[in-house]
Design a protein around this ligand. Sequence first.
Ligand SMILES: C[S@@+](CC[C@H](N)C(=O)[O-])C[C@H]1O[C@@H](n2cnc3c(N)ncnc32)[C@H](O)[C@@H]1O
Length: 232
Amino acid sequence: MTTQSNRQDLGFINSYDSSLPAGLKNKRAERLWDWAADRYAAKPVADEAAYARKLAITREYLHPEANLLELGCGTGSTALAHAHYVKHIKAVDVSSRMIEIAISKAADAGIDNIEFLHKDVDHLQLPDEYFDFVLMLNLLHLLADWRLHITMAFNTLKPGGVFVSSTMCLSDGYTFTRLPLAAGWLVGLIPLMSFFTRDDLENVLVNAGFDLEYESAPARKTAVFLVARKPW
Ligand SMILES: C[S@@+](CC[C@H](N)C(=O)[O-])C[C@H]1O[C@@H](n2cnc3c(N)ncnc32)[C@H](O)[C@@H]1O
């Protein structure tokens, strides 16, 4: 079993001394997601059919020699679902409780090709051109530096590598969601979140160098799911 908990030196994915200020937003993220983790694990997927479709679309790209990186893996459900279709997965989350649950789910399922890492994506130093896939599912809108993370994903992918994201575009509608989010941030309960439109997201991906290969056309107020490729 290569699943590992946090706080170990995990080889080439290193933490570095971030030049970001003391990381208030990420402490909040860790606290919030640790608090939510058991409920998140117990909650049924909101739209089973949509989730199954995203898994199936992703799986069309996977191959048995692939190294996959999942950022913001939560309790590991998606990593576990893809584990049989790739060689190895590194799955990262800022919440130690999410990672604990993910490790225990992998052990229960007898899956031994996922390394779960308790890390903040803002503090990752990723190797250039190493991964075949980077997945960021329901994460980008939670990251203040979401543009930077798209560039980091691009850099760590091999030529021809594939980026898969599902994210809420909070500037497309969501008016009544944004207000409580902003209030929650002001009173210190939730981390800073990013509000962007679907057009912003596409532009940032294309400017980073990605070719968009697939994009769902969801109804308003559903996550935008997309697959983008780093050119060969
Ligand atoms: C909405 S959940 C999505 C989990 C999973 N990807 C899914 O689609 O079910 C967001 C996840 O991102 C993680 N997260 C939030 N900010 C993070 C950060 N800065 N670094 C790493 N993980 C983060 C949270 O702990 C949480 O598990």
